[in-house]
Ligand binder design. Structure first.
Ligand SMILES: [Zn+2]
Length: 638
């Protein structure tokens, strides 16, 4: 099987934002999924660099269009690897091989009589770089820019798109999922109920020189869509390239709904006119609104993908985008929704399941995957097999149909099923009696099997986490236990495999950068005299208190209360403490403090804190607890 996935080439009049990141991560996810099925894959993204908006943006910066497009294009190209996205090609419409293909296709369509010259007068929106028909305007204004278009008249070249209207309607009817989800197919069909006009494909050089010259008239350059859309075949080396033969027309285009029309109407008609088979599917997604509002530069709510990655972690960010948006519909982006999902789905459901099962394996079997007596397995296994198969089936169906959110929902349903199975089987009870040892083996064995399956299914969305899980299941992630046919076999983690020490996959994120215990103490008068419930010496000894020397201290960006400390307690630790309002970094470096060394790590504003600083609560805020004279770093307390 071959699978060719593309994002739109992004227009270089702005920096990459959340919308670009989403489309491109989706492409990466479906490509990774296809590689799980042993498909040969090709993944294309790039930048669209011609047109008057680019010229205007370059002028604003006082640089040539060439210098400007190089700058912005690089921002896009450099971003993708940071998000674990590795396209096979990053195409630019200023690439010479692309320009040659555009020239060739224009010549071909012109020779066939589908491009003609005509005078045109129309309402033109400079923001959109296109003419509008009256009926497309809203109260006489551009529906996107809400500005009045200008009436302009010029002679131009036109693509005889109207000729292909009937063919396109037939194609949409005989290929019901050509454009998906269905709402967008219906939108295109509704548009095609009106007569389809011809498409203006040129600009006179008197108005625009930053474009590809028409091969049949040097006084004109081609207009952006005819240039841009052809990237999907020029990247493959149309017409003779080996990649073109291998991957066309197995193309899956992914676009946001604002460019449905060019991709759903112009592009198939162009292909038809050029005698190129049409692409397989157009997959259309909705918009991300930010905190319920449209994302825009003027609202100042543009989300920087790298910032999100740095604060929340890459896999958590990717997971949120894919899980939160119903592919095709608009979704809302908010950091609080993201924190909620990270805590509920990742830290709780998946993270706890993983660490529970692994710690039980260590506790009861000294970290070695138990042997399984098949008879006992049949009798006392958790019966996860049928659920596992159903999960893989639904996962595959949903991924195939670009219902990525549903694929993840299916995996999380299975995670829930496993968590419930643990509660019912109660391995800690089975561990109490030698008579139930075999049952305990069967339960742990099935749970490890379940984790192996999950580690494979999350791979397209969270590749790093998948590898971490597999490493801690004693599997070699380089050997890629991700193939769907392998996952379908519902294989165990081999008995006797020694598991490395367990890790926490996703630390919980405390709300709004307020670490537990670092919130200001209530005034003394409000506090009752009563102490906490009685604790035994044993309880106290579970808390590992240590003296540590502060090596360095620095503020945590965007968190007024937090300082990030590097401390030495025999080993280096990072500790985030809510004392920034009361202690400067300078006042701390070199001092000895007391920390809780075995507190479960938490992530605060993107920094994992591996312990907590002891402070006394005073009316003036936290006061550090310090040893009376220097002691060796790491000294315990009693
Ligand atoms: Zn407009």
């Amino acid at each position: 099987m071959t699978f060719y996935v593309s994002t739109p080439i992004y227009y270089v009049n702005a920096r990459p934002h959340l919308g670009h990141a989403y489309t491109t991560i989706v492409a990466d996810v479906v490509r990774r999924f296809q590689s799980m099925r042993d498909s040969q894959t090709y993944f294309l993204t790039g930048t669209d660099e011609h047109g008057d908006k680019v010229v205007q943006a370059a002028q604003k910066q006082g640089v040539s269009p060439r210098v400007y497009v190089d700058q912005i294009s690089r921002l896009f190209r450099d971003l993708w690897p940071e998000l674990n996205v590795r396209p096979d090609r990053f195409i630019r419409t200023t690439d010479s091989d692309h320009m040659a293909v555009v020239t060739e296709v224009l010549r071909k369509i012109h020779a066939a009589g589908d491009i003609y010259f005509s005078e045109y007068e129309g309402l033109y929106c400079f923001g959109c770089e296109r003419f509008y028909a009256e009926r497309e305007l809203q109260e006489g204004r551009c529906p996107i820019h809400e500005s009045e278009p200008e009436l302009i008249r010029e002679s131009n070249y036109f693509f005889r798109m109207s000729r292909y209207q009937g063919w396109l309607i037939d194609h949409l009817q005989s290929h019901p999922d050509f454009i998906r989800p269905e709402r967008y197919r219906n939108e295109v069909l509704a548009f095609l109920r009106e007569p389809l006009g011809d498409l203006c494909i040129s600009r006179p050089k008197t108005r625009l020189t930053w474009g590809i010259p028409l091969p049949f008239d040097e006084a004109y350059v081609t207009y952006v869509w005819f240039d841009a859309l052809l990237n999907y075949v020029s990247a493959l080396g149309y017409p003779d390239g080996e990649l073109f033969h291998r991957f066309w027309p197995a193309a899956q285009h992914i676009v946001a709904k604002d460019i449905l029309k060019p991709h759903g109407i112009y592009w198939p008609c162009m292909l038809k006119a050029a005698g190129i088979p049409v692409y397989r599917h157009l997959n259309v997604h909705g918009y991300w609104n930010i905190e319920q509002r449209k994302m825009s530069k003027s609202l100042g709510n543009v989300i920087e993908p790298l910032e999100m990655r740095n604060v929340y972690g890459l896999d958590a960010f990717r997971y949120f985008l894919i899980r939160e948006m119903t592919f095709g519909l608009d979704a809302n982006f908010s950091e609080s929704a993201m924190v909620q999902r990270i805590n509920a789905d990742l830290a709780n459901d998946l993270g706890n399941l993983f660490s529970r099962v692994l710690s039980m394996t260590h506790k009861y079997f000294d970290g070695a995957v138990p042997e399984l007596d098949p008879e006992v397995g049949r009798q006392y296994g958790l019966g996860l097999g049928p659920d596992a198969r159903r999960t893989v089936d639904e996962y595959e169906r949903a991924m195939e149909a670009f219902e990525l959110h549903k694929a993840l929902a299916a995996v999380w349903e299975f995670i829930g099923r496993m968590n419930r199975a643990i509660d019912i089987a109660a391995p800690w009870e089975l561990a109490k009696k030698p008579a139930t040892r075999k049952q305990l083996e069967a339960v742990i064995h099935s749970l490890l099997k379940g984790l192996r399956l999950i580690s494979g299914l999350i791979y397209p969305v969270m590749p790093d986490t998948a590898a971490r899980m597999q490493t801690h299941l004693g599997l070699d992630p380089e050997a890629l236990y991700y193939a769907l046919r392998d996952l379908r076999l519902w294989k165990p983690v081999p008995s006797g495999t020694r598991l490395p020490k367990t890790v926490m996959l996703f630390p919980r994120i405390e709300a709004a950068g307020e670490p537990a215990g670092a919130s200001p103490a209530p005034p003394a008068a409000e506090r009752g005299p009563e102490t906490k419930p009685e604790a035994t010496l044993e309880d106290f000894q579970r808390i590992d208190l240590r003296v540590a020397t502060v090596l360095s201290a620095e503020p945590v960006p965007k968190a007024k209360k937090l300082l990030k400390l590097e401390v030495d307690l025999g080993e280096r630790r990072t500790i985030v403490s809510g004392i920034a309002a009361h202690y400067t970094p300078e006042a701390l470096v070199g001092r000895q403090v007391v920390i809780i060394a075995n507190l479960r790590p938490v992530k605060l504003m993107g920094v994992v804190s591996q312990g907590m600083l002891l402070t006394a609560e005073s009316e003036d805020g936290p006061v550090l607890i310090l040893p009376e004279k220097p002691v060796a770093p790491g000294s315990g307390l009693r």
